[in-house]
Design a protein around this ligand. Structure first.
Ligand SMILES: CN1CCN(C(=O)c2nonc2N)CC1
Length: 251
């Protein structure tokens, strides 16, 4: 299989240490040391023409907090585009499209991404003319876009061939593999505070184990995320599995 070229992430942030600090450990750090990804940060302060490297100012029309000024951000975006040409510029914000697994998989085939991590109350609206898309990691408000950028980077990095061993392959992720929530998992010790492992998992009967895990995923998805099940539908034999799960659950 042809090895994939390196995926390059350029992150525009006034806190580059938050990005590089996270890359010291964990799976994205491993992708970096294995040369599967490259990460470059661009600090808007380096593009500010003010004496004190100013990047924020008060909002016109009044209102709480400060906004990130357009000129330093536009210059940083231009520099990142020159260094990482032809890749989308994404602004992380609660006003963006909700990040889902399908979008992560779509991003993972690109040669790179430029991620704009905002701070304060947000960015001057004129910055968005230089941005290709806005994405949100969820309907809540954080202090900055660095964590959302890292969430996106990690979710995408997990999809890159060669990062996860076959056994942990991202293709086995519940969302990717089945479109369902994951089933319960157990490991040693067999008894924890009087709670045992479901006997089916100790049976060695892999057909039964597969059936039980699918049934648990179906049941959990029906209980916790009926919207997902509605969207996915039920495949052959799954209706009966779910009905049996509900009968057992009702016992
Ligand atoms: C200006 N800054 C505010 C905080 N922020 C977010 O809460 C966020 N980003 O992506 N999904 C989110 N939720 C990033 C942008």
């Amino acid at each position: 299989m042809a090895s994939r070229l390196v995926m390059r992430f350029d992150v525009i942030t006034i806190f580059p240490g938050l990005i590089h600090g996270y890359l010291q450990e964990g799976i994205v750090g491993r992708a970096l040391t294995r040369g599967l990804i490259e990460v470059q940060t661009w600090n808007p302060r380096d593009f500010s023409d003010s004496t004190y490297r100013r990047v924020d100012d008060r909002p016109f029309g009044g209102g709480p907090g400060m906004l990130m000024m357009a000129p330093p951000l536009l210059a940083a975006i231009a520099a990142a585009r020159q260094a990482n040409p032809g890749v989308p510029v994404i602004y992380l914000s609660p006003q963006g499209r909700r990040l889902q697994q399908q979008a992560v998989q779509d991003f993972a085939v690109l040669p790179g991404l430029i991620l704009l991590a905002g701070r304060y109350e947000g960015v001057d609206e004129r910055v968005l003319a230089a941005v290709d898309a806005e994405w949100s990691i969820g309907d809540y408000v954080l202090a900055g876009g660095e964590l959302p950028a890292l969430v996106l980077m990690e979710a995408v990095a997990r999809q890159l061939p060669g990062l996860l061993g076959h056994a942990d392959s991202a293709a086995e992720d519940s969302f990717a593999a089945s479109g369902l929530l994951d089933c319960p998992h157990y490991t040693r010790p067999e008894v924890v505070a009087g709670a045992s492992v479901p006997e089916v998992l100790l049976s060695g009967d892999h057909g039964r184990i597969r059936r039980w895990r699918l049934q648990q995923s179906l049941g959990r998805t029906a209980e916790r995320r009926p919207d997902l099940l509605e969207q996915r539908g039920l495949q052959a034999g799954e209706k009966e599995l779910l009905e049996e799960y509900r009968r057992q659950d009702g016992e």
